[in-house]
Design a protein around this ligand. Structure first.
Ligand code: ZN
Length: 414
């Protein structure tokens, strides 16, 4: 319209109200300039004629504009406070039906709740989001909107406070429009939980750990990529097919990396050898002893407590802001500090969760071969990562052609 005004194509503007024409003083000034030059008549239904040709008329337009701006900012602030108030009382927000619940956003939909429980269990046991996503899609399980799952949508569901009966909320500032994947938990919700709060804390810890993400991002065709390390440069080995179709692990020299490129080893006997090690250690009574003695939960308790305490503080802070006890700026500042601490606690919890991947897998009564055969490559990798900090690969002895298991030097985690 402004272009048409400039080129003289139109000579009058009819609007419902002045605030339909412009939202900011800057826009108004531009409009005034154009109308002045093009001698345009402006009429509005609600505010009558707007005379931009005289100083008095322009002053009126500017005043109206300023008040319109105030009104819209005020409205935004009011709706932000309203959203926070809803969150703090644990009431649902609007939007589409959440997975696991009925349209009323309160009643649990049991068949979907079962899917959530299963996914949480498998995720905590070390399976990757990607493999869970694939599995859901292959089983024809759809999202609440009836679509296919993506890792993002699944992550959003599993990391939500909602499924453990908690209300999460992300305060939105004027400048930030991005929707956070994992939002703050601000209150106990009015709807029932599908999983426990502790499970939610563990899932969040797992999904927020950046180290895990980088490991998960690697190609998953190889059992040991990222776990094997080069004896010379300590870089991690990656899996690659060779010319004859066989697979191998190698220290890959690339521009921008410090890898030396001197080590490689054939994949399949290496995989077999490490699998044997896993079997041996899982069946040894010693491991069960150590795991029990360590009481793998001791560190968790304090991390979980810390997380709960900090989440509580975040809640209180939000309350202080809502009641006007602190300013928005103070609130945002305090939140940033707390979030840093939360992240550290979640990280601690996550490294303990790695060992949790071994739950129910050790002891001599577990039929290892059968169990291992049933595991996806992600699940196997999770078990291996829980047992080994890394496995160093040493150079082969010249002239020896057979696979030499002596080249593998495991560094155990437990
Ligand atoms: Zn190397």
């Amino acid at each position: 319209m402004l272009d048409d005004l400039r080129s003289g194509l139109i000579d009058a503007v009819l609007a419902w109200h002045t605030d339909r024409l412009h939202r900011s003083p800057r826009e108004l000034e531009e409009f005034i300039d154009i109308c002045e030059n093009a001698r345009v008549g402006v009429e509005t239904v609600k505010a009558g004629p707007v005379d931009l040709s005289t100083p008095a008329g322009r002053a009126v337009a500017r005043t109206l504009g300023a008040w319109a701006r105030y009104e819209s900012e005020h409205k935004a602030e009011r709706s932000r406070r309203k959203a926070l108030e809803l969150a703090q009382t644990g009431k649902p927000s609007g939007g589409g039906r959440p997975f696991g619940y009925e349209e009323d956003r309160i009643t649990v939909r049991e068949n979907e709740a079962e899917v959530i429980r299963e996914c949480v269990r498998r995720l905590l046991a070390g399976e990757a989001l990607r493999s869970l996503t694939r599995d859901l899609n292959s089983r024809g399980i759809v999202t609440s909107a009836g679509g296919e799952w993506s890792t993002q949508t699944l992550k959003r569901v599993l990391a939500s406070g909602r499924i453990s009966g908690q209300r999460d909320h992300q305060p939105r500032s004027l400048t930030q429009t991005k929707r956070h994947l994992i939002r703050e938990i601000v209150a106990d919700a009015v709807w029932p939980a599908i999983i426990t709060k502790e499970e939610t804390a563990r899932v969040r810890a797992l999904l927020l750990n950046p180290e895990r993400n980088s490991l998960a991002a690697r190609a998953r065709r190889y059992l040991l990529s990222g776990i094997l390390r080069c004896a010379y440069c300590r870089g991690s080995l990656c899996g690659r097919p060779t010319g004859d179709g066989r697979l191998r692990y190698l220290c890959k020299k690339e521009p921008g990396s410090n890898r030396c490129g001197k080590i490689f080893i054939v994949a399949s006997p290496t995989d077999d050898c490490v699998t044997d090690m896993v079997k041996m250690v899982l069946q040894s009574p010693k491991l069960a002893e150590i795991l029990q003695a360590n009481g793998r939960n001791s560190g968790d308790e304090s991390a979980l407590e810390q997380i709960a305490a900090d989440e509580k503080k975040l809640e209180e802070l939000a309350g202080d802001y809502a009641t006007g006890l602190i300013t928005r700026k103070e609130w945002l500042y305090a939140r940033e500090l707390l979030e840093g601490r939360l992240e550290a606690a979640r990280k601690r919890l996550s490294s303990n969760s790695q060992i949790a991947a071994l739950e129910g897998l050790y002891g001599d009564s577990v039929p290892f071969g059968e169990m291992w055969k049933g595991f996806s490559i992600d699940r196997r990798r999770a078990v291996i990562a829980a047992l080994f900090e890394r496995i160093i690969v040493h150079p082969g002895v010249q002239g020896r052609n057979r696979f030499d298991s002596q080249r593998l030097e495991p560094v155990w985690r437990v």
